[in-house]
Design a protein around this ligand. Sequence first.
Ligand SMILES: Nc1ncnc2c1ncn2[C@@H]1O[C@H](COP(=O)(O)OP(=O)(O)OP(=O)(O)O)[C@@H](O)[C@H]1O
Ligand SMILES: [Mg+2]
Length: 329
Amino acid sequence: MKKILLITGPAGDAQGWGDLSVTQEIAAAIKGSGKDAEIAFVSTMDEFFTAIETKKFDLAWSALYHISGKSETIGMGNGDEKWLADIFDDRKIPYIGPNAATMKALIHKTATHEIMDAHGVPVPYHYQIEQGAPLPEIAFPAFVKPSFESRSVGINDNSVVENRQALEKQVAFIHKEFDQPALVEEYLPGQEYTVLMLGNGRLQEFLPGKVEVDASLFGKYPILRADLRGVGATKITPTSTTTNEAIKVTRKAMEALNCLDHVRADMRLDAKGQLKIIEVNGIPGLKPVKSWSPQMFTLHHPSAGGPMEDYRQLVDHIVTSALTRYNLI
Ligand SMILES: Nc1ncnc2c1ncn2[C@@H]1O[C@H](COP(=O)(O)OP(=O)(O)OP(=O)(O)O)[C@@H](O)[C@H]1O
Ligand SMILES: [Mg+2]
């Protein structure tokens, strides 16, 4: 029986698919699919090394990009410290998800934009602003956010800036609060969508969804503020007219970024109605059944058993497609 080692830690919610209870749900789903699973909860690199050296497993699956000692934010890690996928790559350990180079590009929103742009994927205009650097001349309104975060951390109605003074203020806020460069990009005022890439090659699927929020929850702007994330405020509904375009840009982005197994692209319509990809998530949320991946799976593959059975099937699809690409099946 194939065994999956699920790796998580104090930052599992900030960096990855959710907290320890979510990891337990994933383990239950794997066991419910006739495979074995064990959880390694690691707080330090030493604990991580001990786990991979002492436990027996066929495939690793990590909720963590790196171990930084921070549990509420992601960032780019501690200087030269390796990321978990670096270690898996070095030791030739089979694992779920893209390789270390891609993981690093996905956390770094400017790097993601640049790779996509070079491959003809539509992205907003963007400037990464280091602490103390001069501000560029830009077209307003613009959007200001941290460069290396997730869960809408650092995003509220002040993220949309209409003039230079507001821009200066919000860039200074990001520098002070998150100690990382600010990302200033084109504000995309239109509808938000998300597309899940599931599996590889013959087993690959693209599942698109429209991100709906009760309009009364929005403040000045229709954006997903931090307080609207992880609380069940967003609902995934069918995409209708944008389906083909959303799949087309996502397929291009996933190929450009060398994505594998289970990766999600978030996008919005610009002021002219053109879809632009905002970011690509290398470890999408897997909270049953609130996260977008399970919601999208249920939207496209509803089973008679209901959403928790769909969740089991989603997890099994991810595990099986990774085992298949390593010829472990
Ligand atoms: N350029 C933009 N224009 C308009 N809204 C934006 C823009 N960038 C981000 N947003 C809003 O902020 C939200 C969070 O942004 P983004 O997806 O970049 O960050 P994240 O924190 O990495 O999210 P996730 O939890 O999906 O990883 C988006 O879902 C969207 O509603
Ligand atoms: Mg996002």
